[in-house]
Design a protein around this ligand. Sequence first.
Ligand code: Z5A
Ligand code: MG
Length: 218
Amino acid sequence: SASDKEKRGALVVVEGLDRAGKSSQCELLYKSLLGMNYKAKYIRFPDRSTPIGKQIDSYLRGQSQLDDHSIHLLFSANRWELAQSIHEYIANGTTVIVDRYSYSGAVYSAAKGNPNLSLHWAWQPEVGLPRPDLCLFLSISPEEAAKRGGYGVERYETDSMQKRVRELFLSLLDLPHNDEICVIDAGQSVDEVAQDILDPVLECMKNVDSIGPLKKLG
Ligand code: Z5A
Ligand code: MG
């Protein structure tokens, strides 16, 4: 119908700790939506393909050193360089699935323990970015995550960093500006998690018109 054609897409963010299964679930969700004949797009942050993304990739691999504030702002800039295209996809009715977003951005930088880089400071460059209609937080215990294989070689993959990241993520879930967050038990099987994710996503896509135009992070 004409009203179906005019419906905007939904902005769905998938967040969570390392090895919670974000990328696996984004891929499955993307395929499910296409299989149901919805228009969908899957993007991930960091997007390592852009010039800024290449600097981030080099930093994460330990091939370059950067000031904590400087790398933080590059992660944020990497989101800002895709903000316009997110708006365009949403406007043409495409649901955009985003693998990590501003929440990871604020939490990982603040977890470094740099006294000049608080969670509050870290959030500020995110203000004004497209605000998710739904943020799925894949919650997993450190024990379950550990069963999924050892850490890789990237910079933040240490026990102490992961512990602080976990605490900061949990504190973010309580913030009033994050009422779009839906917590998912990511310790279940891949299929069970996928099923728990699909229902709230379809519900969100159905209701975007009542939400109104895409909002901004505040
Ligand atoms: N970072 C930042 O500092 N600032 C920012 O603004 C952003 C990111 C956006 C790289 O991110 C780093 O950048 C990251 C945060 C920081 N630092 N760390 N640490 P990334 O997104 O590129 O990270 P990644 O390499 O994709 O890993 P990940 O996100 O930690 O993994 P995941 O996507 O959540 O999980 P997965 O790849 O889907 O699955 C992991 C493994 O578990 C894999 O072997 C799966 O087969 C298995 N798996 C998945 N689901 C299950 C279930 N349900 N049961 C059993 N096994 C499972
Ligand atoms: Mg991933």
